[in-house]
Design a protein around this ligand. Structure first.
Ligand SMILES: *Cc1c(COP(=O)(O)O)cnc(C)c1O
Length: 396
């Protein structure tokens, strides 16, 4: 049996997306910047995709949509642009949270080295940032607030509308990394007061390597890739027409089917939570109250996430863990630490992310093999032995 339960990492490309992109890989391969009509077909497809995405996001105009190579590039450009804009006015303070994606955190780190000051808000145990903490962090020289919509490891949704209100009251642009939200939960940039938003196609069944930066009219972007005049001079490079067309088609499909998909996913997710919570000394990470449909994150005491993933792989289950080797370091996930988990507990984490292509049979398989693998790993773990014979206290 093969079960793909890592949809927060990437998703399968949908048939709709493949069919939409195919003509632009075969007969309609023109360059949209060329003057002959063959290139104009590509140009029309590009602008139609831009309009589709603008409409879905609730943007005022298609020109507020800039195509990028994905979520990471959109995050980089949004943050660097607002930092530069701020510094022109003497504002060099940036606010974010401790559990952002590395595309945000590492961009902020780089800016810190260039003389910016960064405040990272704490995330509470429920996996949600507090508005009071944001209000307290705001300074007269704050140039940007960047807070993600939904966390990629634990799936918790942030109070985006309230954050937008606070930012606007203080005249600060608000960027939102909405990569885990777009296509999965309803979202409208105007209603939520989002000034800049990042999204990525491969998290909602488009191919990898294509994304969007939405930037509200009047917010000047600085380009991070220099060259030609594509994307109104803000992002050089011949446009990825097949990817862009596929992304618009996949987004339209995801949004049209959102209610039905959610209704399919929630019972699968709830069954996972219910069954895996029966494992002794386990813990669900992040509140289930404000949560994207498909993401399940749990910790199992006394085991290593990596060993769990390898054994699950041997049983046909693709899952992920925010800890150690995956990030190339020995530290556990910065997300799990940010919500207050002790290192020892955070090491034993498992993220299962379910999508609409999963079935109840997939869930049956997962809830059969995870308890077996956890029990096996505990049986060979010296840490678990110490926990069981009272030499160390159980933390969960
Ligand atoms: C996947 C992801 C990104 C990065 O998107 P890419 O298109 O892979 O560069 C950024 N932020 C979040 C929250 C993500 O889940």
């Amino acid at each position: 049996m093969f079960v793909y339960a890592d949809n927060a990492a990437t998703t399968a490309v949908s048939k709709t997306a493949i069919e939409a992109m195919l003509p632009y890989l075969t007969e309609s391969y023109g360059n949209p910047s060329s003057l002959y009509s063959f290139g104009q077909d590509a140009k029309e497809a590009l602008e139609a995709a831009r309009q589709t995405i603008a409409d879905i996001l609730g943007a005022d105009a298609a020109k507020e949509i800039y195509f990028t190579s994905g979520g990471s590039e959109a995050d980089n450009q949004a943050i660097v642009s607002m930092a530069k804009l701020g510094s022109l006015k003497g504002k060099k303070h940036l606010i974010s949270t401790k559990f952002e994606h590395h595309a945000v955190l590492h961009t902020l780190k780089a800016l810190e080295k260039q003389g910016y000051e960064v405040t990272l808000l704490d995330v509470h145990e429920d996996g949600v940032v507090r508005i009071e903490d944001l209000e307290a962090a705001i300074r007269p020289d704050t140039a940007l607030v960047t807070v993600m919509f939904a966390n990629n490891e634990i799936g918790t949704i942030q109070p985006v509308k309230e954050i937008g209100e606070v930012c606007h009251r203080n005249g600060i642009p608000f960027h939102c990394d909405a990569v885990q939200a777009v296509g999965h939960i309803p979202l409208n940039v105007k209603e939520l007061g989002i000034d800049l938003l990042s999204l990525s196609g491969h998290k909602f069944h488009a191919p990898k390597g294509v994304g969007v930066l939405y930037a509200r009219k009047g917010l000047p972007l600085f380009n991070i890739i220099e060259g030609g005049a594509q994307e109104r001079g803000k992002r050089a490079g011949t446009e990825n027409i097949p990817g862009i067309v596929a992304m618009a088609a996949a987004l339209k499909e995801s949004v049209e089917n959102m209610e039905a998909n959610t209704a399919r996913i929630i019972p699968m997710r709830d069954r996972l939570f219910a069954e895996l919570s029966k494992i002794p000394h386990s813990k669900i990470n992040g509140s289930l109250e404000h949560h994207v449909p498909g993401t399940v994150n749990m910790c199992f005491e006394g085991i290593e996430g990596e060993s769990l993933l390898l054994l699950l792989d041997a049983k046909g289950v693709c899952a992920s863990s925010g800890s150690a080797c995956t990030s190339g370091s020995l530290d556990p996930s910065h997300v799990l630490l940010s919500i207050g988990l002790p290192h020892e507990v955070a090491h034993g984490s498992l993220r299962l992310s379910i999508g609409e292509y999963n079935t109840m049979e997939d869930i049956d398989h997962i809830i059969k093999v995870v308890p077996e693998v956890v029990a096996y790993l505990r049986s060979i773990s010296p840490v678990w032995e110490d926990l069981e014979n009272g030499k160390r206290p159980h933390l969960i």
